[in-house]
Design a protein around this ligand. Structure first.
Ligand code: C2E
Ligand code: MG
Ligand code: MG
Length: 683
């Protein structure tokens, strides 16, 4: 044989057709642990050494080479007899034939591949362990051959989505089809950012369509394991973790944080998000939008009289009605209590809102069925427009609130638009409110007295105590302006108490001077009845301690108080009456003018509002009305005082139809105590 055979760096041999070893080169002799070729031949052919660790390998080798005439990459384990160990070898062999194709002998090579074989084995084992570990986490594994467009999925992966196991390779485009349409863009973005090395790792959360058509949230993470020569990604391996539970919990929390549990409507926070969104769109398109604050009128009464369950039912129905009135792109949110807010989009201008707002009011004014009960409420609406009234959300809200305040003040069941004058008025109110806080302390208040004249005798038996505020900068501020502020801030409690005490001291003096039947009337705000009384003694107790009879004071109340009556108010009224204090119904005719409650509450005086007195003429409707009121009052044992008497004609007409008392500029304006005393001195 050639020298190539002898000097080949890997083992080489020749055998007879029957398997007798004829030649072995130096590399093979060395590999198998012998000193010379002869020793190896003797050991193999005469001592019958068994080389293959698994005896079956020898017959497998022979069968193959006899059948095919060659063997390729035949890997097996071989005993090293002299070293008492084993190595892994790879054999390649073929038959050498003569001209008649009869096998002369076989030639082959044998290569020690122990090192690489063991390394590969170790790799396989570690891969197996890795797969086991992944399976244990419940994650699915994907293996993406990017440039071939093929993707391999683990068993667990396919189980996760309910796909059959027989699909091993898939087009990677097919996977993209399984991703939720809303999540695709972000997924591709995240992939690209990772491929371009803008992000160190790839991870993305998206929804995958399962075999049954449902969606599953997964966290996909992966890493590139190879790139081609141009640096383009070749292969990427990663996992899918099922995060549906976490996502569902997150969605639930989000819902609870952004929606009202009772009505299912968006809440304040959600409204804010939608409004920011809507405003951004308006900025883009130049369109307008309207914010409408809704407050249900008399909701509190329903809650108080029928209970919270009925109140809740009412809110749910009201929410539904509001929703039914809205367009597709409009939003209604519940802000808490009986307050709702609308975002109306595609608004042309204030005029275009008239019809929808009217419709909304009409809907809410319809009867509500709450179990057996039927209730009527109505709503007050305050409207502000973007961008007309304000450029920012906060200001917009404030303006809608100011408009709502006006709608309520104007008698409820109506809407009102924000105007710049409203803003000014609101600012003035805010300033007055802060100034009111210190007015009592700084002695800016004074009480003036307006005589009440007995019409038949033209004598002064009574006076009304009226409050005056001398504001250090604004001068005299009208009670019509500051009393409502004092009511809404609660200052009225202290102020009202102070007025009463002034009047009580005054009446003590004047009873002594002008007779024991002299009476001063004091206005008492509904708020003073609704708020629990402060530590001060009741008015009757205070009069008692001054040794004054209750009858020297009359308390002027309004019709509204009697309409809005509850147990607390009832007790309060009875306590006044038990103390002998007279009750006078102020501004009669401007409210509901219901006669039933006049009797029920044992009213002593009715004060006909000046709006009726102003237009008194012979033959006028107002004269007929006044006559009817006086008749009715006398019938019920009450006396009548006409307010705002400015002319002698009014006085004469009133006297003629039997009115008991008159009060007005004709007789005297409200005046300080000193001036009042001077007037009495003339009498
Ligand atoms: P009111 O109780 O109806 O008082 C009568 C109002 O009519 C007073 O206005 C009085 O100055 C005015 N007046 C009297 N005669 C005439 C007349 O001939 N022509 C016209 N045009 N007006 C006349 P004033 O003092 O500005 O008080 C306004 C309202 O403020 C009162 O209406 C009352 O509701 C409230 N008010 C005044 N002082 C107090 C108070 O101490 N406590 C409470 N809670 N409210 C008060
Ligand atoms: Mg009054
Ligand atoms: Mg009045």
């Amino acid at each position: 044989m050639s020298t190539l055979f002898d000097f080949l760096p890997i083992g080489a041999y020749r055998t007879s057709p029957s398997g007798l070893l004829l030649r072995a080169n130096a590399a093979l002799v060395r590999m198998l642990g012998y000193a010379c070729e002869q020793d190896l031949l003797v050991a193999t052919n005469e001592q019958g050494i068994r080389w293959y660790v698994e005896p079956g390998r020898r017959s497998a080798f022979r069968t193959q080479i006899e059948r095919d005439g060659y063997v390729v990459d035949f890997v097996s384990q071989i005993w090293l007899q002299t070293l008492a160990s084993a190595i892994w070898v790879r054999e390649n062999a073929h038959a050498i034939r003569d001209a008649n194709a009869v096998v002369q002998f076989y030639e082959g090579t044998m290569e020690d591949i122990t090192a690489s074989h063991l390394a590969q084995q170790a790799l396989l084992q570690s891969e197996e362990r890795w797969k086991l570990a992944l399976d244990a986490t419940g994650d699915g594994v994907w293996d993406w051959h990017i440039q071939d467009g093929k993707e391999y999925y683990s068993r667990r992966y396919k189980e996760m989505y309910g796909y059959s196991q027989d699909k091993i390779w898939q087009e990677s485009d097919a996977y993209t089809d399984l991703v939720h349409p809303d999540d695709k863009v972000q997924l591709l973005r995240d992939q690209e950012a990772y491929f371009n090395q803008q992000t160190p790792t790839y991870s993305n959360e998206h929804r995958v369509r399962c075999a049954d058509g449902s969606w599953k949230w997964v966290l996909s993470r992966g890493m590139l394991i190879s790139r081609d020569a141009q640096g383009r990604p070749l292969r990427m391996i990663g996992t899918h973790t099922d995060i549906s539970d976490r996502k569902n919990a997150e969605a639930l929390i989000w819902k609870q944080a952004h929606f009202d549990a009772l009505t299912g409507l968006p809440n304040r926070r959600m409204l804010r998000l939608r409004l920011d969104d809507a405003i951004a769109r308006c900025q883009h398109s130049g369109a307008r939008l309207a914010i409408v604050f809704i407050d249900l009128d008399h909701f509190k009464e329903v809650n108080d009289t029928l209970g919270h369950e009925s109140g809740d039912a009412l809110l749910v129905q009201a929410a539904q009605r509001i929703q039914d009135c809205l367009g597709e792109n409009d939003t209604v949110a519940r802000m808490g209590g009986d307050e709702f807010t609308l975002i109306l989009t595609q608004v042309q201008g204030p005029e275009s809102l008239t019809a929808p707002l009217q419709a909304l009011l009409a809907q809410l004014a319809q009867v509500f069925h709450l179990g057996q009960e039927q209730v009527f409420v109505s709503a007050s609406l305050g409207v502000a427009l973007y961008p007309d009234n304000a450029a920012h959300v906060e200001a917009l809200f404030k303006h809608a609130d100011q408009a709502l305040y006006v709608a309520k003040g104007a008698g409820r069941n109506r809407y009102s638009f924000f105007t710049p004058e409203l803003q000014e008025a609101a600012q003035t109110r805010a300033r007055l409110a802060s100034d009111l806080r210190v007015a009592l302390q700084k002695q800016q208040f004074a009480v003036v007295y307006q005589p009440i004249v007995h019409l038949a005798s033209a004598r002064i038996h009574k006076a009304e105590a009226l409050l005056r505020w001398h504001h250090p900068q604004r001068g005299l501020v009208s009670p019509a302006q500051f009393i409502p502020i004092a009511e809404s801030t609660g200052f009225i409690m202290d102020i009202g108490e102070w007025v009463f005490q002034q009047a009580a001291h005054q009446v003590a003096q004047w009873r002594a001077a002008y007779g024991a039947d002299f009476q001063i009337s004091v206005n008492k705000s509904p708020v003073q009845f609704h708020r629990p009384e402060k530590s001060t003694a009741t008015w009757s107790e205070q009069l008692q301690s001054m040794h004054l009879p209750g009858s020297c004071i009359a308390v002027e109340i309004t019709e509204g108080l009697l309409l809005d009556i509850n147990q607390g108010v009832s007790h309060h009224l009875s306590a006044l009456q038990r103390g002998g204090i007279a009750l006078s119904l102020d501004d009669f005719g401007t409210g509901y003018s219901s006669l039933t409650y006049l009797q029920k509450f044992d009213i002593d005086y009715i004060k006909i509002d000046q709006s009726f007195v102003r237009n008194l003429q012979p033959g006028s409707t107002d004269l007929a009305l006044c006559r009817a009121i006086i008749l009715m009052a006398h019938e019920l044992g009450m006396q009548v005082i006409a307010e705002g008497v400015e002319t002698a004609e009014q006085r004469d007409l009133l006297r003629k139809i039997g009115c008991d008392y008159g009060q007005g500029y004709l007789f005297a304006r409200p005046m300080a105590a000193g001036a009042f005393e001077a007037l009495m001195a003339q009498q």
